[in-house]
Design a binder for this molecule. Structure first.
Ligand code: AMP
Length: 182
């Protein structure tokens, strides 16, 4: 089973990904975490990515697609923060079909009010969490990532859930989609 968690930055994808990957024994792939690990290790890729990430813009499709391609295995995967562009979404479909003979099963969109997101992110205090960068990241999300909703709606894979409230309540809402009979 392959799941994509979709949602604006700060919508809680990382937290929910941890719960869901444990619940369903999925390989958790977060391109944001992978990029931050490159920065910490001070690799050439990390140095290149840092400036882009600090500004709130997206790292190039080629870089993140290659990161994902190298980490797909036969286990089901929970994609967190990937894909973020239509180009990435199409590349992911091809990768899954050709390397894993599989496909995306569920796309879960975490819906959170934008003002709540800004407050959450300011409280989180990451390097790219200042208000200017946050607003740019929200714009980038609206322009480049939101079109994915249409893309997956057309494939009947998109499910939108309320992403506000207690962490375990949000996880439970997602479970009702993945286990509709429980
Ligand atoms: P995140 O931790 O998912 O919020 O990602 C932090 C930053 O990493 C983003 O603002 C982007 O600069 C970069 N990033 C993460 N995932 C991607 C992706 N799929 N495509 C392009 N850039 C990404």
């Amino acid at each position: 089973m392959n799941i994509i968690l979709l949602g604006a930055p700060g919508s809680g994808k990382g937290t929910q990904s941890q719960n869901l990957s444990a619940l369903y024994n999925l390989n958790h792939l977060s391109t944001g975490d992978l990029l931050r690990a490159e920065i910490t290790a001070n690799t050439p890729l990390g140095q290149q990515a840092k400036t882009i990430m600090d500004s709130g813009n997206l790292v190039s499709d080629d870089i993140v697609i290659a990161m994902i391609a190298n980490r797909l295995n036969q286990q089901g995967t929970l994609f967190d923060g990937f894909p973020r562009t239509l180009n990435q979404a199409q590349a992911l479909d091809t990768l899954l079909a050709t390397h894993n003979n599989s496909q995306i099963d569920y796309v879960i969109e975490l819906d959170v009010d934008q003002e709540e997101i800004i407050q959450r992110m300011l409280a989180r205090g990451r390097a790219d969490d200042n208000e200017h960068t946050i607003r740019n990241r929200l714009n980038v999300y609206n322009q480049q990532t939101k079109p994915l909703i249409d893309y997956y709606q057309q494939q009947n894979k998109h499910h939108k859930i309320d992403g506000s409230g207690a962490i375990e309540d949000i996880t439970a809402r997602i479970q009702t989609i993945i286990e509709p009979t429980s």
